[in-house]
Design a protein around this ligand. Structure first.
Ligand code: ADP
Ligand code: MG
Length: 177
């Protein structure tokens, strides 16, 4: 199946999920049990259709430098956040942190929590179709974690040559790595 049709189906499936916050809580609990590379992390700020990351951000802020992406043209830049960071709506209605924008390659976070529309058991990732994370992964050497509702695990994600696999996929009921 082609990527755009899959995205359409996944968006529909995701809109019908009624226990997003319970699933997000389970994902957070699983992530807390993981032994991850030490160092800075990059985490996205979730839209209502995505696995909620507020708990993940809070968890990492206790022990690590935390960076959030801001969209700048075709690229993502990173902004370090703390408990006092102010957020403003950016591209795609995403809450983006205000503050100094750094090049991903200058931060090189050791872990990145990645949003997705779908993923498969081989840890292939389907994004929203803009390729931001594929381009970002070209610039950094980072452990790529995907977080997904159960409904986002599909049989097979069609892959293009630029697609970057996840290292770990955290679902509410299991971890694939
Ligand atoms: P997504 O990963 O968001 O699901 P795609 O994998 O379909 O989206 O990629 C979207 C677009 O991003 C592609 O058409 C491709 O041209 C561009 N792209 C992806 N990775 C790179 C890269 N490393 N360098 C340049 N362009 C890229
Ligand atoms: Mg891709």
């Amino acid at each position: 199946m082609d990527k755009s049709l899959l995205r359409k189906e996944l968006r529909k499936k995701i809109a019908e999920i009624s226990d997003k916050s319970e699933q997000s809580q389970k994902i957070l609990a699983r992530l807390k049990e993981c032994d991850l590379p030490s160092g800075a992390v990059c985490v996205y700020k979730a839209l209502s259709s995505e696995v909620d990351t507020d708990g993940i951000i809070e968890y990492f802020l206790k022990t690590r430098e935390v960076y959030l992406p801001v969209v700048q043209g075709e690229d993502m830049m990173l902004v370090r956040i703390d408990m006092n960071t102010r957020f403003e709506k950016g591209a795609f209605n995403i809450d983006e942190p205000t503050g100094e924008r750094l090049k991903p390659e200058d931060v090189n976070p050791s872990v990145t929590v990645t949003p997705l529309l779908g993923a498969d058991g081989e840890r292939n990732r389907l994004g929203k179709g803009k390729g931001y994370y594929d381009r970002y992964f070209d610039k950094v050497n980072t452990y790529r974690i995907g977080v997904a509702f159960s409904e986002q695990l599909i049989d097979e994600v069609p892959c293009d040559k630029w697609d970057k696999k996840l290292d770990m996929l955290i679902l509410p009921d299991r971890i694939i790595k």
